[in-house]
Structures are given as C-alpha cells and as structure tokens.
Design a protein around this ligand. Structure first.
Ligand SMILES: NC(=O)c1ccc[n+]([C@@H]2O[C@H](COP(=O)([O-])OP(=O)(O)OC[C@H]3O[C@@H](n4cnc5c(N)ncnc54)[C@H](OP(=O)(O)O)[C@@H]3O)[C@@H](O)[C@H]2O)c1
Length: 331
C-alpha cells in the first residue's frame, strides 16, 4: 500500500510503499477513503510526544480518517466488513496513521460508524477539530447570553466551536481576517475581530471594558504569552487553551477557571458529530482535497498557516470521487 511516512523525528514526509497490515485480535483493517489534516500531525512528527510515547518508524503520518472496514481480526464484534467508519487512527507505538491506503484500528478505539448521507471527505475532516470544539464549548460552561472570545476562530477547531457556542445562545466574538468575516458570521459569530489590524485583546477590551465570560484560545503557544488574553475575563470566567497555555493555579488566584483541553473522541461523541454533520447542523468548510501523492507538499504548505477550513487527503482518488461532498453539500 501507499503511505506518507517520516523515517525519524523532524524528517520530511515522503510517499512510500509499505506492506498492508493484517488485523490482529480485536482489530479492524480500514481502507481509507479520506484523511483529515491537523496541526497535531506535524507536531507529532516533529517530536512533540517523543518523551512520553513510544514511536515506531517509519511512522505513517496522520490521525483523522474515514473509510470502509475491509477485514476484521479475531474477536471483533462491533464492526463488519463493508461498514463505513471514521475517527482517529494514529497509533504511534505501531507506527500507524491515517495518511495511507489502509490502516488498523482497535474495535474499541476512537472510531464510529458514518451515517449513509455523510461523505468520507466531511467525515475525515471532523474527528480532531470537531471533537475538540465540541468538548471545549462544553467545558467552557456557557450560558445563554454569555460573551465568548474564540481566539483562532478561522481554523478547523474554531469554525466548529463558533457553531456549538452559538447553539448555547452565546454571543461569539470570533477572530478572523476580512475575507472570512461573512463566512464566520454565517456560522454564528456575532462579531468578527480582524486580528491583523490591532491586537485582539485591545479590540475586545475597547468593546467590553466590563470583561467577558469565556475565552477559547486556539492560538497562544505558552502560558507566558497568554496574560493579555486572560486579562479579558471577568471574575468567574473561564480560559480554555488547546495548547496547554493556561496556568490554572495562577488564574484561580483572581477567580478565573483555567482549563488545558486534550480532546477525547469517544465513539459516542463521534456518532453525535457525524449525525449533526449529516443533517447540516454542523458545517465544515473544506479548504482543499489532495491526492495522497501530493500530501508531502500539502503538509509543507498547510503548516505555514492561513487555514480557512480543513485540508483532506484522498488516498483512493478515483474511487473516492463519487463520495466527495455529494451527499450533504455542506462546505
Ligand atoms: N489539545 C487538543 O486536543 C487539540 C486538538 C486540536 C487542535 N489543537 C491545537 O489547537 C490549535 C488550533 O487547531 P486548528 O486545527 O484549528 O488549527 P488551524 O486549522 O491551523 O487554524 C488555526 C487558525 O488560527 C489562525 N491564527 C493564527 N494566528 C492567529 C492570531 N494571532 N490571532 C487569531 N487567529 C490566528 C490561523 O489563521 P492564519 O494562519 O491565517 O493566521 C488559522 O485560521 C493548534 O495549535 C492545534 O495544534 C489542540
């Protein structure tokens, strides 16, 4: 099978031939039709988890994927060949990931069935960004009328978070460049803050000198940099970071709740998100779909930033064409 791998931490991704894996006890072999691209994919191959998790090389890149169960191993009862499934497929100790024609998953892993009406492309775009957004908004304890800043709202996680927060009745302040402003408003943003014109915290302070209720920060890399954003919160507010940039103990001193979120895609959450996407209640904008052979170049481009939606890699390009964005039309 074809797969995109790195041979060591920090190496350039390359397209190679690997043996198609065989499912062991409790495992399923999935023929991948689409793989979703996330910043986490290259953070991992850069070595973000090298001190905490064992990695096998060559390491197939990617976590998110959608495809069809090709074969089941002994003892598998939850899935059968022909089932359409999606979820997170990264298994670092085994060197397995989703940027491949085939991958393995544990039947009790982070996977769920895809509704008939949801395309592989949209399903592959959901797991990491959708689950993170869903769990971030739940953890923010929003109430109707609360004001929430989503810092980094224009990317994959942010666009889903806008939709979930708006459903809670929150007033969403979303960062984004003017070219995306209409799109972010359509998703549910009340105000779009052009972070390229002036620092976001200055613009929010000017409009909300009394303080806001919550921040979901998808941008700030370290706790040392987050003070201006943290300073926007009223007492009793919540600051949630997806980059481990909050220091809950320091924030607690002034009555602000700090949360460092690590997404946890259960089968139940994945099923909920897929159903919402299938009926158009969760919209996912696809920036680009590229064949697996172009993935190394696409990763280089995508990691430079400027995401305006999700990038999806299509391993079985011709076969997958019939499933591209056809069923729901959501973009
Ligand atoms: N902890 C977890 O479980 C978890 C899960 C998912 C994601 N994450 C992390 O969360 C972050 C967001 O993920 P993602 O998938 O949404 O990434 P993404 O799709 O690359 O989106 C990031 C967005 O932030 C925008 N941005 C960059 N600098 C900004 C700034 N100073 N102010 C406002 N917006 C800015 C980017 O626009 P421009 O590039 O045009 O500036 C881009 O649209 C990443 O760091 C990712 O690793 C963590």
């Amino acid at each position: 099978m074809k797969a995109v791998v790195v041979t060591e931490f920090g190496a350039q991704p390359e397209l190679v031939d690997l043996p198609t894996p065989e499912p062991g006890p409790g495992e399923i072999l999935v023929r991948i039709h689409a793989a979703g691209v996330n910043p986490f994919d290259w953070k991992v191959t850069d070595g973000a988890l090298k001190d905490s998790v064992q990695h096998a090389f060559p390491l197939v890149m990617g976590s998110d994927g959608a495809g069809v169960v090709e074969k089941t191993g002994p003892g598998v009862t939850r899935f059968r060949p022909g089932d359409r499934v999606y979820g997170q497929f990264m298994r670092l100790p085994q060197g397995q990931g989703s940027y491949a024609e085939y991958t393995l998953a544990e039947q009790d892993g982070k996977i769920a069935l895809i509704p008939d009406t949801l395309s592989y492309t949209l399903a592959a775009a959901l797991p990491t960004a959708g689950v993170t957004a869903y769990q971030a908004v739940q953890a923010a304890h929003l109430e109707h009328g609360h004001t929430l800043l989503i810092n980094g709202a224009s990317g994959g996680v942010g666009q889903s978070a806008i939709q979930f927060a708006a459903r809670f009745g929150a007033r969403v302040l979303a960062t984004g460049t003017p070219d995306l402003a209409d799109h972010l408003r359509e998703l549910g943003a009340h105000t779009v803050i052009d972070f390229t014109q002036a620092p976001t915290h200055e613009q929010v302070t000017a409009a909300h000198p009394e303080g806001i209720d919550a921040v979901i920060d998808l941008v700030t890399p370290t706790a040392g940099d987050i003070d201006p954003i943290a300073g926007l919160l009223r007492t009793g507010g919540t600051l949630l970071s997806t980059n481990h940039a909050t220091d809950p103990d320091t924030l607690a001193i002034r009555g602000v709740r700090g949360i460092n979120l690590a997404n946890n895609p259960t089968a139940e959450t994945l099923t909920t998100l897929a159903e919402l996407a299938a009926i158009g209640e969760l919209r996912v904008r696809i920036d680009t779909e590229v064949p697996l052979a172009d993935a190394p170049a696409t990763i280089a481009k995508t990691r430079a930033g400027h995401a305006t939606g999700k990038t999806v890699v299509i391993p079985l390009w011709e076969a997958a064409k019939t499933n591209r964005l056809d069923a729901t039309g959501i973009r």
